[in-house]
Ligand binder design. Structure first.
Ligand code: ASP
Ligand code: MG
Length: 436
């Protein structure tokens, strides 16, 4: 008998029919002899609709009240799910985040989990009940208020519950089959991975892959939780997101799908290709090429709240003794950053600003890069054959990213995917799914 935590996203519980289907899945797991704890998201687009309502009554809704409002979405789905399970003859009990002992800091809308005290969940499990927990929400002990964890926070709820209860696995259900070597909507020949290391998953998530939330993967990595990303709509195996020392059914997990025993499998060099169209580029032209300017500039940008990603500095085309500095940041942060920089133009002494929101970022991720040479050469070769111009390059130990024109991104991703030998033999089945 195992303890299994399951998380169902909004698309999996969008209406009464879906809730019954999920209930059946939970009951099947229970019938197989396992203890089950479920974290559930709000039905369908409920969270978006509630946000919309809030914005209609107030231009800037009070953060405390917004959390009160948004957390109600998960209360609806958790209670309905428990009822559906009852009607199938099984005992189920739903709990809010605070009842479940999901203790967070006090930051409304972006709270961090600081402790999980699942006393009531354990009691319910001991009494033979299936436990349903509202995802995305917590409770702060100092303010004694309800908090939410940020959009997509139910993944984190599930992983945190799995860690606190020492569950055998955290199954994250959505409307896609698992984690693919690329987004199948962009690269039709993308393959579903049997497994991927949490390290690689973090890099992919940080660079545009939307299947799993980065915070949940981080939490899982830190606490040794095995994630199984799978589809609500099929019974097939999904993708295991594993870390050092994790086991499944008593067997140690390794890369590539082989088991520790028969580990003659070659580790794949590249696990996947991520694409990201959500970034913009700002170029500061004609910055005096003297010590301290980069510090000045990025202090201004940081104070504007923007999260800078790639940075490149070149000798300026404007004149000698000057440099051009380009950096990328989320499109949504660009306007504020530009305004902040303009406000300091005289004092920093640059000539002008250029804003470019037609860029795309392509990243190749794989732990095999540590031990193999020529990985970047393959990437640049593929892009050169495609005639795609590279505007910026950045690397980490297990990732290479390039910035290209947004219009070139999809084509570039397909060619690079092929160049690394990642293509499947058939096109991936693409559900209408969003991965939530
Ligand atoms: N319902 C919340 C959201 O839509 C949390 C989640 O779905 O994970 O962001
Ligand atoms: Mg949702």
């Amino acid at each position: 008998m195992a303890l299994i935590v399951q998380k169902y996203g909004g698309s999996s519980v969008a209406d009464a029919e879906s809730i019954k289907r999920v209930a059946k899945r939970i009951v099947d797991t229970r019938r197989a002899g396992h203890d089950v704890v479920v974290a559930v998201s709000a039905m369908g687009d409920t969270t978006d609709e509630l946000l919309d309502l809030a914005n209609q009554v107030a231009p800037i809704p009070a953060p405390r009240e917004l959390d009160m409002l948004l957390s109600s979405g998960e209360r609806i789905s958790m209670a309905l799910l428990a009822m559906a399970i009852h009607s199938m003859g099984f005992e189920a009990r739903s709990f809010t985040g605070s009842q479940a002992g999901m203790i967070t800091d006090a930051r409304h809308g972006a709270a961090r989990i600081v402790d999980v005290t699942p006393v009531r969940l354990r009691e319910a499990l001991d009494e033979g009940a299936i436990v349903i927990v509202a995802g995305f929400q917590g409770f702060n002990r100092d303010t004694r208020d309800i908090t939410t964890l940020g959009r997509g926070g139910s993944d984190t709820t599930a992983v945190a519950l799995a860690a606190a209860l020492e569950a055998d696995v955290c199954e994250i259900y959505s409307d896609v089959d698992g984690i693919f070597t690329a987004d199948p909507r962009v690269v039709p020949r993308a393959r579903k991975l049997d497994r991927i290391s949490s390290e690689e998953m973090l890099e992919l998530a940080a660079n545009g892959a939307k299947v799993l939330y980065i915070r949940a993967v981080e939490y899982a990595r830190r606490h040794g939780v095995l994630i199984h990303a799978r589809s609500t709509f099929s019974s097939g195996e999904g993708t295991l997101v594993w870390g050092e020392g994790m086991r499944r059914n008593g067997v140690a997990l390794t890369a590539g799908g082989g088991n520790a025993e028969g580990a003659d499998m070659e580790e794949p060099i590249v696990a996947g290709v991520a694409t990201d169209l959500s970034q913009a580029k700002i170029t500061i032209i004609g910055v005096p090429d003297v010590p301290g300017k980069a510090a000045e500039i990025f202090k201004i940008v940081a104070r504007s709240g923007a999260n800078v990603d790639m940075i490149v500095q070149n000798v300026s085309a404007a004149a000698t003794g000057l440099a051009d500095i380009s950096f990328t940041l989320p499109k949504a942060d660009a306007a504020t950053a530009l305004k902040a920089l303009s406000g300091h133009q005289a004092e920093v002494g640059f000539e002008s600003l250029v804003h470019d929101d037609q860029i795309g970022k392509l990243s190749v991720v794989g732990v095999g890069m540590r031990t193999h040479s020529g990985v970047s050469a393959t990437l640049f070769e593929a892009l050169s054959i495609a005639g795609v111009n590279i505007e910026m390059i950045s690397t980490s130990e297990i990732r290479i990213s390039v910035l290209v024109r947004g219009d070139d991104l999809a084509e570039a991703a397909r060619l690079v995917h092929t160049a690394y030998g990642l293509d499947g033999t058939v096109d991936a089945t693409v559900h209408a799914g969003t991965g939530r």
